[in-house]
Design a protein around this ligand. Structure first.
Ligand code: DQA
Length: 146
């Protein structure tokens, strides 16, 4: 099936944005990793990034029919009830991913509105976290959505 991978604000700048924190891989590199990982498991990936909360909500709603959702909501993780409410309507597995270990950072990053509606949370693994997340969605939906 199709696994939807969604990315929130400022992740378009990955590779040049605070590279000491987020590394030098670009979002295109992350997308390529997701495609490769999904293909190896017999799935495909639809990959999106937006800087706009409402657009992210639209993208979650559009993904309700997909095999599952991987989401790095970036800054919206810590602020968006609307995003959480949208993710709560996704019937398939939802995996939250963060490049950095948000729990080792500023206190305002320790709260996630997404985690309560996610099946799993991956933080601090860098771009590899996306591959783990794709693998986990594929594992959770293996019997239902090949
Ligand atoms: C992030 C962590 C968030 O706190 C931050 O706002 C981001 C990126 C991560 O991938 O580590 O933009 O989601």
């Amino acid at each position: 099936g199709t696994i939807t991978v969604l990315n929130g604000p400022n992740l378009n700048l990955l590779g040049t944005r605070e590279p000491g924190l987020y590394g030098t891989a670009t979002l295109a590199d992350v997308e390529e990793l997701c495609h490769r990982t999904a293909a190896g498991l017999g799935h495909r990936v639809e990959f999106h990034q937006t800087n706009h909360e409402g657009v992210l909500v639209d993208q979650v709603q559009a993904a309700r029919g997909s095999a599952g959702v991987v989401v790095n909501a970036a800054g919206l993780t810590h602020t968006s009830v609307a995003l959480r409410d949208a993710l709560a309507t996704v019937p398939g597995p939802v995996v939250e991913v963060h490049l950095t270990n948000v729990h080792a950072r500023e206190p305002f990053r320790h709260t996630s509105y997404v985690s309560g509606v996610a099946d799993a949370v991956i933080a601090g693994c860098g771009p590899d976290g996306y591959a783990y997340a794709v693998r986990h969605v594929a594992a959770l939906c293996s019997s239902l959505c090949s």
